[in-house]
Design a binder for this molecule. Structure first.
Ligand code: GLN
Length: 496
């Protein structure tokens, strides 16, 4: 089965003719047929015929002796906010305002995947414009968690995480503004990487909070994420925030011994974190210590400001970025309006969901002239201060560790009535976005009920490769990444 192989191994097998790309595609579509309609994963999807046809073209290329790329024949899903110019796919960003929108160009990451012969099969469900932590804010209904279909998959890139967890794609791209790759990865038992800000081009990613947004990936393990990261990373002239920095390489055989990890006490505060999540973190601490690493618990004062700072900045940037959706240039237009202003207003009123409207209004408020200094200006200063604190921390430690989310996947509708409770779910993940550092979510020991728990490692800026190598070294020991939801789906007979 293609699902048991690493991406490198699978590509090698496809290249050697051991496996055909068409057979891999068929196996993936078998899973899609089983799970997609009940779990609501894809927003747009190639038909099996077209997907297999494209896979056959890769097989023919190989058979005729032509060289193929690093992702030859690998079925990949992309989040619904990453632009793809394909007549058979669309980008709605989980919003009614962009229903069935066809992008006239490819995002840079899409170009890079296609240049390596990856097969992009579909776009995945998400919280509208990536605003949320549960995928319940999608205008097209929530995605369900395959480990327990009464629970959310996390968000905002819930569809991408589920697509990899169920073998409906072998690699998925998502976007992470405050945790949207790592948190659904943690809730679905897959590995999710948020690279250093600026290492992966944002050109063609529909903007939410531009100074925080970063494209990342989901895969079965850290080595596969590392392999995919090498394909999607790199400077891009089309993105003015894209970094030219050459990324330092990681030592080939990374030892955990001697590494120094900081565990912020606030991340495992028993008042706010689920005891089973804390146990899972403690198990990782013990394992690291056994391997000769140093773990130090430390109270970090500044962590109490991360949520307000993140949400002020994210809302402010969102209110400005979403100004472009006015019914004129993109998406849905409300017809027969008496004047231009009412055309804008009614298109936006109908096209945007409640959470998006809330954020646009709050973002406009924090940017308004009377309150700018008090809110937005202040948040910018606090962020700069946090960056200094974190830089200082990384002179003493190699990594910051902790959970990705204070609790495992919660029940559908449990937090929808209380936006503040939903925002607090991001307490452990937003720091990496605020400080532009790389972070990864890897599966830890699951709860007794069998729900996945994700553990986070956060590294120094631009040291993504060491972070990935360290996560891979951890996975060599823990092996929780090998657990798959399939057995549980079958056991519970919940019929997805
Ligand atoms: N949950 C966070 C938010 O709603 C993060 C979302 C994201 O990373 N896109 O803003």
């Amino acid at each position: 089965m293609p699902f048991e192989l690493s991406l490198i191994e699978l590509v090698e097998r496809i290249k050697s003719g051991d496996y055909s790309a068409a057979a891999v595609m068929d196996a993936v579509y078998d899973r899609i047929e089983l799970y997609n309609s009940s779990l609501n994963v894809f927003r747009s999807l190639l038909s099996r015929e077209i997907a297999v046809l494209r896979a056959r073209q890769i097989d023919e290329k190989i058979a005729s002796g032509k060289s193929v790329g690093k992702l030859a024949g690998i079925p990949v899903s992309i989040k619904d906010n990453i632009c793809i110019n394909d007549p058979d796919l669309s980008n709605s960003c989980g919003s009614k305002i962009l229903a069935e929108y066809h992008s006239p160009y490819h995002a840079t990451v899409v170009e890079k995947l296609l240049a390596e012969d990856a097969l992009i099969i579909g776009t995945t469900n998400m919280d509208e414009f990536a605003m949320g932590s549960s995928t319940e804010n999608s205008a097209y209904g929530p995605t369900l968690n395959p480990w327990d279909t009464e629970r959310v998959p996390g968000g905002s890139s819930g569809g991408g995480a589920v697509s990899v967890a169920c073998g409906m794609s072998l690699l998925a791209l998502g976007s992470d503004t405050g945790g949207s790759v790592r948190q659904p990865a943690s809730m679905c038992g897959v590995t999710g990487l948020k690279p250093t800000y600026g290492t992966v081009s944002r050109y063609g990613l529909v903007a939410y909070g531009s100074s925080l947004d970063q494209i990342g990936c989901f895969a079965q393990n850290a080595s596969d994420c590392s392999y995919a990261f090498a394909v999607i990373a790199g400077h891009d002239v089309n993105d003015s925030t894209s970094a030219k920095t050459v990324l330092p390489s990681a030592p080939p055989e990374l030892e955990l011994s001697g590494l120094r990890f900081c565990l912020p006490e606030e991340y495992v505060d028993v008042e706010s974190a689920d005891p089973e999540v804390v146990e899972s973190v403690n198990e990782l601490v013990e394992m690291l210590q056994k391997q000769g690493a140093v773990v130090e618990r430390r109270a970090l004062e500044f962590l109490k400001y991360v949520i307000p700072t993140y949400y002020v900045l994210a809302f402010a940037e969102a209110s400005s970025n979403l100004g472009r959706f006015d019914g004129i240039r993109y998406g849905v237009r409300k017809q027969e309006q008496p004047n231009l202003k009412s055309l804008y207003a009614s298109s936006r009123k109908e096209g945007f969901g409640e959470e998006v409207k809330r954020r646009i209004m709050l973002g406009t408020f924090v940017l308004s002239s009377g309150y700018y200094d008090q809110y937005y200006g202040r948040a910018v200063q606090v962020r700069a201060w946090m960056e200094q604190q974190v830089e200082q921390l990384f002179t003493e430690f190699d990594f910051v560790m902790g959970p990705v989310s204070p609790f495992p996947a919660f029940k559908l509708a449990e937090k929808t009535e209380n936006p503040l409770a939903m925002y607090l779910a991001d307490i452990c993940s937003v720091l990496a976005n605020l400080t532009r550092t790389p972070a990864i979510s890897i599966p830890g020991r699951p709860t007794k009920a069998g729900l996945p728990v994700g553990l986070q490692l956060m590294g120094r800026r631009f040291e993504d490769r060491s972070l990935l190598a360290t996560a891979a070294a951890v996975q060599n020991v823990t092996e929780y990444h090998q657990l798959r939801p399939e057995n549980i789906l079958l056991k519970n007979n919940k019929n997805p």
